[in-house]
Design a binder for this molecule. Structure first.
Ligand SMILES: NC(=O)c1ccc[n+]([C@@H]2O[C@H](COP(=O)([O-])OP(=O)(O)OC[C@H]3O[C@@H](n4cnc5c(N)ncnc54)[C@H](O)[C@@H]3O)[C@@H](O)[C@H]2O)c1
Length: 303
């Protein structure tokens, strides 16, 4: 029996299109995460279409304008000249090779994750899915969301009866799924976005391969993990680590204020330890803050 791997036509086709920067990239959710991502793909000469349900954003982008302070209108105009378009028309999903979802995932009034933006997006994509496309979720969410929440909606709602590719074998009549968390650090001008390693977890090896190739076109380093859930958990670890440490330092800040100590002097001194200590520079109360009643955790933005 031959051990040669059979690469389905749809898979080899999309791989080639990614490698030659011809793959059509659809970014869903043109906010703080989605719009810069769309521009990164435009810079690398990929054909890009942005999808958003907010007609004002779509219209602003189509007129060459920007609504994000750190993105100049000129960058949008340059992308437009290279073919970037924005739309609220989900039927254009069928034109895409890769679909990257960057919609919000806020907490609801009970502090539970509100996944309605993800489920609504999946339901809107599903009717237009075709074999060989890859769908990647970037929204911050709990482990299991991609496989247990998003994939069933995509499978149930697509007109062709396509299934997400799982396991090692592939028939070619499937779509591919992965999760890759966003690591944007708003306001950070010291690390170029392409230098932030991109973590990727595919639902199967082919999906991981495609997602790694896609992100490898715009990021200098792609870190592959074994599953979408592992990638989702990676993002949670990073966020929780940051929140816990910001809360800790804010508690010590309040204590220091009462003791007449300067917490920034203490942080600077602790930072000289060459291992085991990582200073949190964002989210700490301002040095002159005297609001000792403020809850420290309220300064920890979750993104
Ligand atoms: N902003 C950050 O710094 C940051 C950092 C890391 C991770 N994240 C995560 O990335 C995700 C996106 O965050 P963001 O800050 O870009 O949000 P945002 O609110 O700036 O943008 C989200 C966009 O999605 C659009 N949208 C909502 N529902 C839609 C739908 N069904 N179809 C199409 N578009 C839809 C909205 O109109 C909006 O333009 C969230 O899960 C967030 O937690 C954000």
């Amino acid at each position: 029996m031959s051990t040669q791997t059979i690469v389905p036509a749809a898979l080899s086709e999309i791989t080639k299109r990614i490698q030659t920067h011809q793959a059509k990239v659809g970014i869903i959710g043109l906010g703080y995460v989605g719009l810069p991502l769309a521009l990164l793909y435009c810079e690398q000469k990929f054909p890009v279409i942005g999808f958003d349900i907010d007609e004002r954003k779509v219209s602003t982008l189509r007129q060459g304008g920007s609504y994000i302070y750190r993105i100049e209108a000129g960058e949008i105009q340059q992308a437009r000249e290279q073919g970037f378009d924005a739309t609220s028309d989900y039927s254009r999903i069928k034109e895409m090779d890769a679909i990257i979802i960057c919609v919000p995932t806020p907490l609801n009034e009970y502090h539970e994750p509100d996944l309605s933006y993800i489920t609504n997006t999946a339901a809107s994509i599903a009717p237009h899915l075709r074999a060989g496309q890859i769908v990647i979720l970037e929204s911050t969410t709990y482990p299991g969301t991609t496989e247990e929440v998003m994939v069933p909606i995509l499978e149930k709602g697509n007109r062709l009866g396509l299934k997400a590719a799982r396991g090692d074998s592939s028939t070619g009549a499937e779509f591919y799924v992965a999760f890759s968390p966003e690591r944007e650090d708003p306001g950070n001008t010291t690390v170029a976005r392409r230098d932030i390693p991109k973590v990727v977890g595919g639902l199967n090896p082919s999906a991981a391969e495609l997602a790694a190739a896609l992100y490898g076109s715009i990021f200098n380093r792609v870190v592959r993990v074994s599953s979408p859930a592992a990638a989702e958990m990676t993002k949670l670890l990073e966020n929780i680590y940051r929140c816990v440490n910001i809360a800790l330092v804010n508690e010590l800040k309040m204590l220091s204020l009462r003791m007449g100590l300067d917490i920034w002097e203490v942080i600077a001194a602790a930072s000289t330890k060459p291992f085991g200590f990582h200073p949190q520079k964002n989210g700490i109360f301002a040095p002159d803050s005297s609001n000792s009643r403020a809850r420290s955790t309220s300064t920890c933005p979750i993104s």
